[in-house]
Ligand binder design. Structure first.
Ligand SMILES: *[C@@H]1O[C@H](CO)[C@@H](O)[C@H](O)[C@H]1NC(C)=O
Length: 215
C-alpha cells in the first residue's frame, strides 16, 4: 500500500514537472483582496470574471435578490487582470481596479483562472537598466511589465521610508513589449522619463517577465 502511494506520487510529480504548467483558480467574494501568485514561473491569466455568472458561487448568507442576476460580467475584466498581473510572481488587486460596476444590486465575485508559466523574471530598480537577452537564434517575447511599487522591501536599500509607503503604485506598460519583442537583445531604462510617473514621490521599479522563442 505504502509502495503504491509512493509510486503514484512519483508519477504525479513527473507529470507536473514535464508539463511545467498547472492551472490555478482564485475566487474572491465581494470587494476583497484578490491574490494571484506563482511559486515557480510567472502569472499568465487565462480567463476572469468580475460579476456573477451563476447563483451558487459566493452565495452564502446572501438574499435571493442579490444572487439572482447570473448574466453580469464586466467585459474588460480579463484585460484589466492580464495587464496588471501577467509576468508577475505575486499580484494583488481588489475591485477598485476595474473600469465599472457591471451590476450594482448584485453581490459580485472576482474569479480568475491562470497558469504559472516558466519565464525570466526581472526587477530593475528606478534608474537601473533591465537587460533582456536571448541565445543567438532566439528572440524576446515579453509577458508583462509594470513600472511601480507593490511592496515596501523591493528596491528599498537606503531609501527614505516615506518613499516606500505607496505599495499600490501600478503602471502596467506595453512599452517593453513594443520595444523588445522580436529582438535578440534589448535594454530598458527603469525611469520616469521612459514610463511616466504614476505616483509622484514613490521610489519605483520595473518588473517584467519574458521568454526566448525560436525564430
Ligand atoms: C475557470 O475554470 C473552471 C474550470 O474549467 C470553469 O468552470 C470556470 O468557469 C472558469 N472561470 C472563469 C472565470 O473563466
Amino acid at each position: 500500500m505504502l509502495r503504491f502511494s509512493a509510486t503514484f506520487l512519483f508519477a504525479a510529480t513527473c507529470l507536473l514537472v514535464s508539463t511545467g504548467v498547472s492551472a490555478l483558480r482564485v475566487t474572491t467574494c465581494g470587494p476583497h483582496i484578490h491574490r494571484l501568485s506563482c511559486e515557480t514561473g510567472v502569472i499568465n491569466v487565462q480567463s476572469a470574471i468580475y460579476g456573477r455568472t451563476n447563483a451558487d458561487t459566493c452565495s452564502g448568507g446572501k438574499a435571493e435578490g442579490e444572487v439572482a442576476n447570473t448574466e453580469c460580467s464586466l467585459q474588460d475584466a480579463p484585460d484589466t487582470l492580464k495587464s496588471r498581473c501577467n509576468g508577475k510572481k505575486v499580484c494583488e488587486v481588489d475591485t477598485t481596479v476595474f473600469s465599472a460596476d457591471p451590476c450594482s444590486d448584485t453581490f459580485k465575485y472576482v474569479e480568475t483562472n491562470y497558469t504559472c508559466v516558466p519565464a525570466t523574471h526581472l526587477i530593475a530598480c528606478e534608474h537601473s537598466l533591465a537587460h533582456l537577452e536571448c541565445d543567438d537564434n532566439q528572440v524576446i517575447l515579453v509577458h508583462g511589465a509594470d513600472f511601480g511599487r507593490h511592496d515596501k522591501t523591493t528596491c528599498s536599500y537606503g531609501r527614505p521610508d516615506a518613499r516606500l509607503q505607496n505599495v499600490r503604485c501600478s503602471n502596467p506598460t506595453s512599452k517593453v513589449a513594443d520595444t523588445c519583442n522580436g529582438k535578440n537583445k534589448c535594454t530598458m531604462r527603469a525611469s520616469q522619463s521612459v514610463f511616466g510617473d504614476s505616483c509622484e514621490g514613490t521610489c519605483k521599479y520595473l518588473e517584467l517577465a519574458y521568454t526566448c522563442q525560436n525564430k
